[in-house]
Ligand binder design. Structure first.
Ligand code: F0G
Length: 405
C-alpha cells in the first residue's frame, strides 16, 4: 500500500479512502507514502512560472510530494506563497498572509479536498477562531455545510465575524477549547460529519508546506532554528514531518532545530518537555493569546516526535513578554496576532539564556494576521496616538505634536 494512514503508536495501517482519525489502539494516525522520487527543481520551476491556481498554491506546488490527487478535485483558493521578511537578522515567514489570514488554510485545502473525495456533505471543527474561519471559507467554496464549535466568548471578534461571514453555523460552547474539542469528536463519530481538526492527518499534510516553502525561500539552505507558537500541537507535528520527509527526499542535508513556544498560562507541552517528556500534562489554560489558550493538546505524541527528531526544544513566555514582542513585530510594519508573537519573545529569551547562539540563522513563523485580533492592538498602542479634534486647521495643527514644521 503506497498511500496509507499509519498509527504513530503501534504502526497499524489503514486505507486512505475510508474515514478514520485515530487507530483502534487510540493512537494518532499519520498519512504516509513511499518517499517520492521528485527533485526540488520541479517546485522551483513551478514557483517561478505559475499561471494556474494549483501551481500558484504554496501547498499544491508540492503535490507530487503530498498525495495522489486528480487536479480537478483540488479545492484551492489558492493559499500559501506567503512572504519571508528579514528584520534585524531574523526571518519572519508570514502565514497571516494566507487567504483567511492564518496558516490554517494550508491544512484546510488538503483536508477539504479529501472531504469532497470521501463524499462528505458536512464538516466540523472545534476552534479558537482561525481553524473555524478557514474551515468556513473552504466549505463555502466546496459547497459543504460547516459547523464550528468555539469556546463561548473566548474567540476574537475578527475571527468570529469571519466564520459567520463565510456562512458557518457557529456553536458557542459553554466551556473551554478542550471541552469543545472533546465534544466535536464525539459528535462527528456519531453523526458522520467529517472532522477537520488537526487530528485529521490530511490537515497535517497541508501544513507541512509551511516548512517546505520556507526552505525554498532560503534556496534550500536550512536555517539553524525554526520557531513557532504551540497550542494544539498540529503545526509542531507538521513541521517535524516536513523536515523528516525533506531530508529523506534529499532536498536538504541537515535538520534545523524546532523551537516550539507556549504561553506560560497554557504550557502543558513545556511542562512535559521540562521532564524529558516523562509525563503528559494537562492544564486549565489562560492567556491573552486566545489562539493558543489550549490545555490538553491533541497532537501531543506527534509533536514529541518532532522535537526529538530535530533535537528541538519547548520554551514558554509570559503574556507580558509576548505582547511586548507583538508590539515590536507590529512596529516593524509587519504585524501579527498575539499568539504569533510568542516566536520573537521566545527568541529573545533563548538568546539571553545562551541557547540560541550569535550568528545562528533563525526563522520565526508568524501564524496569524494582525487584523485577527484588533482588541489586542488597542491594548498596546500609545494613548497619544489617538487624538479627537475639531474639524479646523487650528485644532489639527495643535494636535500634531511635536509640530512638523
Ligand atoms: N497560532 C495561531 C494564530 C493559531 O490560530 C494556532 C491554533 C496556533 C498558533 C497553534 O497551532 O494548534 O497547531 O499548535 N489555532 C487553532 C484554532 C487551535 O482553532 O484556530 P497548533
Amino acid at each position: 500500500m503506497n498511500e496509507r494512514l499509519e498509527c504513530v503508536t503501534c504502526g497499524k495501517r489503514y486505507p486512505v479512502d475510508k474515514v478514520r482519525y485515530t487507530c483502534d489502539c487510540g493512537g494518532l494516525l499519520n498519512f504516509e507514502r513511499d518517499t517520492p522520487q521528485v527533485g526540488r527543481e520541479l517546485f522551483d520551476k513551478r514557483r517561478a512560472t505559475a499561471r494556474v491556481p494549483v501551481d500558484q498554491s504554496g501547498v499544491w506546488r508540492f503535490r507530487e510530494a503530498l498525495m495522489d490527487v486528480d487536479l480537478s478535485a483540488i479545492v484551492t483558493h489558492p493559499e500559501g506563497s506567503t512572504r519571508l521578511y528579514e528584520r534585524g537578522g531574523i526571518w519572519f515567514k508570514h502565514e497571516g498572509e494566507n487567504p483567511t489570514g492564518s496558516f490554517k488554510d494550508r491544512g484546510m485545502t488538503v483536508a477539504v479536498t479529501q472531504a469532497v473525495r470521501l463524499g462528505a456533505t458536512a464538516v466540523a471543527c472545534a476552534s479558537t477562531g482561525n481553524t473555524s474561519a478557514s474551515l468556513a471559507a473552504y466549505a463555502a467554496q466546496a459547497g459543504l455545510r460547516a459547523v464550528v464549535f468555539v469556546p463561548s466568548g473566548k474567540i476574537s471578534a475578527g475571527k468570529l465575524a469571519q466564520t459567520l461571514a463565510y456562512g458557518a453555523l457557529c456553536l458557542q460552547i459553554r466551556g473551554d477549547f478542550d471541552t469543545a474539542m472533546r465534544l466535536v469528536r464525539e459528535v462527528c463519530d456519531r453523526s458522520g460529519i467529517y472532522l477537520l481538526n488537526s487530528i485529521n492527518p490530511f490537515r497535517i499534510e497541508g501544513q507541512k508546506t509551511i516548512v517546505w516553502e520556507l526552505l525554498q525561500d532560503l534556496d534550500w539552505n536550512p536555517p539553524d532554528w525554526i520557531v513557532l507558537p504551540a497550542g494544539n500541537l498540529g503545526n509542531t507535528s507538521a513541521f517535524g514531518k516536513a523536515l523528516r520527509e525533506a531530508s529523506a527526499a534529499g532536498w536538504i542535508d541537515r535538520l534545523p532545530r524546532i523551537a516550539a513556544i507556549q504561553a506560560a498560562g497554557a504550557n502543558p507541552f513545556f511542562r512535559s518537555f521540562s521532564e524529558d517528556f516523562a509525563t503528559r500534562h494537562r492544564v486549565t489554560a489562560e492567556t491573552v493569546a486566545s489562539a493558543i489558550r489550549i490545555g490538553n493538546p491533541v497532537s501531543y505524541d506527534k509533536a514529541v516526535a518532532a522535537i526529538r527528531l530535530t533535537n528541538g526544544l519547548v520554551a514558554q513566555v509570559t503574556d507580558e513578554e509576548l505582547m511586548r514582542a507583538k508590539r515590536e513585530i507590529d512596529r516593524m510594519g509587519i504585524g501579527c496576532e498575539p499568539a504569533s508573537a510568542t516566536t520573537l519573545a521566545g527568541v529573545r529569551k533563548l538568546r539571553s539564556d545562551g541557547v540560541m547562539k550569535p550568528g545562528e540563522r533563525i526563522a520565526c513563523v508568524l501564524t496569524g494576521n494582525l487584523l485577527k485580533d484588533p482588541d489586542a492592538v488597542m491594548k498596546t498602542i500609545d494613548r497619544e496616538q489617538i487624538v479627537e479634534v475639531d474639524a479646523t486647521i487650528a485644532a489639527v495643527e495643535r494636535a500634531i505634536t511635536p509640530p512638523l514644521l
